[in-house]
Design a protein around this ligand. Sequence first.
Ligand SMILES: *[C@@H]1O[C@H](CO)[C@@H](O)[C@H](O)[C@H]1NC(C)=O
Length: 340
Amino acid sequence: MALRGQKSTLVITQFLFGIIMCLFLVIISLSSGTAAELQRFQHAAKEDGSLSVLVVGDWGRRGFYNQTEVALRMGIVGEELDIDFVISTGDNFYENGLTGVDDPAFQESFSNIYTAPSLQKQWYSVLGNHDYRGDVEAQLSPVLRKLDSKWLCLRSFIVDTEIAEFFFVDTTPFVDKYFKEKEGHVYDWSGIQPREAYLSNLLKDVDSALKNSNAKWKIVVGHHTMQSAGQHGNTKEIVTQLLPILKENNVDFYINGHDHCLQHISSLDSPIQFLTSGGGSKAWRGDVSWWNPKEMKLYYDGQGFMTAKITQSQVEIVFYDVFGNVLHKWATSKQLYSIA
Ligand SMILES: *[C@@H]1O[C@H](CO)[C@@H](O)[C@H](O)[C@H]1NC(C)=O
């Protein structure tokens, strides 16, 4: 009897010890500043395993500056390609984002513009610097998703289609000048303070999500340019902080807006393809710097958009102008059965 009593005391002690250890580990992981994982959305590819997406950026101008014409053409091409979803590279609402969830710009620049049946798919949007000049929480709010179910905008998140994984990264808070020389603009930094911790957690999250990805194709989407001959050029903060993570984790494409053009740069020092789709409305004619022609596959300083057709073995990207002319077509392939 005495022996049995001792045994059960031992079991209870071990049990309590286990609970205390678990609590201890939870507290350690909470306090070490490792942020939660990025929010993840599953979006199934087509039955044949392929996926088609359309990418547009820098668009919300109540239909002006050819936004409506680009939207019409997106609808036609979207139908032909049977697109699965739309990616918005940010600067969703000009000039200063949304004033709130009741801002009529949401309808005037989005719902009433992208009316084609083929565009009534899920949109996945990041925020641009102009969006940060308004009420950021409004764009992220589920209230807008109720008003128009195709809308979805978050700061940083993942869309997993199995063959391809899309990593959406909030690039605006990286850029020093928005904090230092504000040029009279007011930015809504309420959700990203303290900035240092926000950025370092975001980089950690992107790095670990990329490392854990088994997708055949890894595609990173952000608003700001990494390699660009356009007006803004390369965004030095993300070149130094984010690009090394992309290189280390074998990312295939970096897709952005910010420069109001269409552009494809094949960098000589990395297999990453740099794609700019920022031609959703107002374009900047003639605003281009010299770039090594060995790397520059396309620079178009007018309006338009991009599509990508993705299969296990190939990705084909196509850039279109406002008339639906194909400006540039480019494909890359990977062995069907490769390790990693
Ligand atoms: C609209 O697109 C056409 C064709 O590219 C161009 O000639 C015209 O200047 C554009 N209008 C605006 C306001 O950008």
